[in-house]
Design a protein around this ligand. Structure first.
Ligand code: ZN
Length: 265
């Protein structure tokens, strides 16, 4: 599953590749991925800008916004040869090159919106702000009125968007907060710390190209994989601060890693 840093990395790749370009036509090789109506609406549209919110990538066209979600394995790439891969489900044709959407799991989605509806209808209307622009008080109040675990709340895109499982583990470690604590037990200062560390962790990951980048772009480059994670995936390894063994525990179905000493309950 791509997390926000991967999505930003893909967005930046797409901005360089297709911003300002006109879509000549679109070919769909797997009809469930994109309806004929949607496909036809894209013909002749210019891509003015590309933005992202949470894990969604938004192509801003002349008349519409195209909302893309990569889900598990979706990726965009510019092919070097004409040979079509069996997982190339959507091909965007530009005057002198193609952009392909490749997705081995076929879970990716495309939705087309009239511009006025993009942010006021699902799915984007359901998304809370990202850590970069969330109002600290709104975030604190959302935590404060919940008796769900803080780890689960950080993954809830209606509370704060763009934080996935890997970074939630890292953020809680840096904030010295046990993932099993409940939202209504989180103090105001702690909720501020969560925002501060979310921004830090996401920015570092964006600079490094995202932890799982190798799966999500296909630009012939793999290089960014080795991002330094502090606790995620480090079960039984020593905590980088106190040396205690890191605990691995499933919380609401998602694997959590934490230091029982630094992140006391
Ligand atoms: Zn520790």
């Amino acid at each position: 599953m791509p997390e926000l840093p991967e999505v930003v990395t893909v967005k930046n790749f797409l901005k360089t590749a297709v911003e300002g370009r006109k879509i000549e036509h679109v070919q769909v090789n797997y009809s469930k991925m994109m309806s004929a109506l949607l496909k036809n609406s894209l013909t002749g549209q210019y891509i003015h800008t590309i933005s992202s919110k949470g894990k969604y990538i938004i192509f801003h066209l002349d008349d519409f916004d195209l909302i893309s979600h990569l889900r598990m394995e979706g990726k965009y790439y510019i092919p070097k040869s004409k040979e079509i891969n069996k997982h190339d489900h959507v091909i965007f044709y530009f005057k002198d090159f193609q952009l392909r959407y490749n997705d081995t799991r076929k879970f990716g989605t495309f939705e087309l919106k009239y511009k006025k509806d993009t942010y006021t209808t699902k799915p984007l209307s359901l998304l809370a702000d990202e850590p970069f622009d969330i109002d600290p008080n709104t975030f604190y109040q959302a935590l404060h009125k919940s008796n769900r675990k803080i780890k689960t709340l950080l993954l809830d895109q209606t509370i704060i968007s763009g934080i996935g499982n890997i970074y939630a583990n890292e953020i809680l470690f840096l904030s010295k907060i046990n993932p099993n604590r409940l939202g209504n037990q989180i103090k105001k200062g702690e909720s501020s710390k969560i925002i501060k560390h979310s921004i830090k962790v996401l920015n570092e990951a964006i600079m490094q190209g995202g932890t799982t980048l190798h799966t999500f772009t296909n630009n012939g480059e793999v290089g960014y994989f080795a991002q330094s994670l502090l606790v995620h995936g480090k079960a039984l390894k020593p905590c980088p601060i106190c040396g205690t063994k890191i605990i691995k525990e499933k919380i609401n179905g998602r694997m959590s890693y934490y230091c029982p000493v630094c992140q006391k309950e």
